[in-house]
Ligand binder design. Sequence first.
Ligand SMILES: CCCCCCCC/C=C\CCCCCCCC(=O)N[C@@H](CC(N)=O)C(=O)O
Ligand SMILES: [Zn+2]
Ligand SMILES: [Zn+2]
Length: 522
Amino acid sequence: MTESGSKLRIFKILKIIISSLLITVLLLFTIAAIRTLSLDVNAGLQLAHWEKTNNKSLVIDHHQREELLANFKEAIRIPTVSFSNTESNTTALLEFDRFLRKAFPTVFSSSLVHHELVGNYSHLFWVKGSQPELVPYMLLAHIDVVPASESDGWEAPPFSAKEIDGFIYGRGTIDDKNSLMGILQALEYLLLKGYAPRRGFYIGLGHDEEINGLNGAMNIVRVLKQRGVQLLFVMDEGLTISDGIIPGLEGPAALIGLSEKGQAAVKLSVSVAPGHASMPPRETSIGILATAVKRLEDNPMPRLFGYGPEGDTFEHLAHKFSFPLKFIMSNLWLFSPLLSRILERKPVSNAFVRTTTAVTFFNAGVKINVIPSLAEAYVNLRIHSAQSVEEVLDIIKDTVGDQRVKVELVDGFDPLPISGADEKAFGFQIIKKTVLDLFPTVTVAPGICIGNTDSRHFVDLTKNIYRFSPAWFKPGDPERFHGINERISTKNYEEMIVFYFNLIQNCDIRKLPEPHSSVHEL
Ligand SMILES: CCCCCCCC/C=C\CCCCCCCC(=O)N[C@@H](CC(N)=O)C(=O)O
Ligand SMILES: [Zn+2]
Ligand SMILES: [Zn+2]
């Protein structure tokens, strides 16, 4: 072949490659554009014909407002702190028991309600339904709170329940006495109005959620199992209504947690021979451990955004983003690597991208002039839905890459199963309807709960566990969770009561409306 002939051949091949590339890009772009314009996973059952069950409405008058706020503040003032896995404030737990009986006299005296103490301080209520064939559901909340110290920078003492500019400040105002008090206050009002449910339901109030629910939630589950109870769904704390927290999203979004991340507690330890500080080895146990910890912090777990329920969250919210974000969110199959990199920049959104690694304890050393024989660190990992405890442990060992560092799993569990969110998922649809009736501007989407809840102990009683409370979170609020200046607005607390008041009645429908029935009606 002549030189000009081979040049022509190369030119032809290049032309074919370039045009194939262009066609592929064009094709991908067309698919992406079609998805952007057509993706609407939100229509759901909202236009369908719902059986009406919420006959009683709640209009809170001045006297009730004063009373419900006084009750809530009193709940916050009782320091029901879980300090450590073995230490709780049992005096406060007993006081809380007395307080509940005083605050909700109708709940505790109604012939429809059966109440019992479980594990000494947890409460289990059974509210009898008039139609026993309807499978019961369960609402969960917890009594205990994490410690709080005013010296950390609180604007008001953490157990004062002080009201400042329409907000009640205090430990437990969003985690989780708002749900607990909201549920019981709603039930108190319903019973006072002569309400009797068709569908029976349980309320479980654990006293040790912040230390894994071993005596509270786990015993409640044991009692229910002994009685052969199966639940239609469980609703617990978890995700909330986010307003201005998801960058680029127009309007508020209520994320309902379909699952929760797994968790692992991993111990790293280094043992060496102790010795005199005047003749130190090149590396001490502290130095070796510090390097291991630094390696873990410098090498975060892999990005897994889009491989768990968080992908669904953004698909559901896509239509609420403006261009070009709308285009990106509608096409996670193409853009999830890009979105992961944006989301990982902030701790809250990073938690949705990967298994997170937090070094929470670091102990070593006994005396200034002694080379310590032992250095220990504990790492708390929150495991992404697409990983397991075992996989995470292997990655830690690889990343540490030092045989002198012993890596041990202290405790852990895999990510929780993913509950349904389709048009047949009773719990999800009821929560969604109740949110939309009360907050019509909110977009409801499935989500993944990045923290753990008592509800994880209920997996044998139901496949349908939802983690949501109608607390409004604005920028800066996620940091209040277990942090300083935890607070809730008095307006939002009232909304929570109305939410549970309506939710309980909405659960009385025998079955969900037929999917797409709206289409036939229109
Ligand atoms: C990109 C999307 C952003 C969406 C923003 C969501 C904001 C979420 C903010 C806070 C959620 C916090 C998690 C709630 C449940 C936590 C319950 C808890 O504290 N559990 C403890 C104790 C336990 N049972 O293990 C925990 O350590 O997880
Ligand atoms: Zn909580
Ligand atoms: Zn908590």
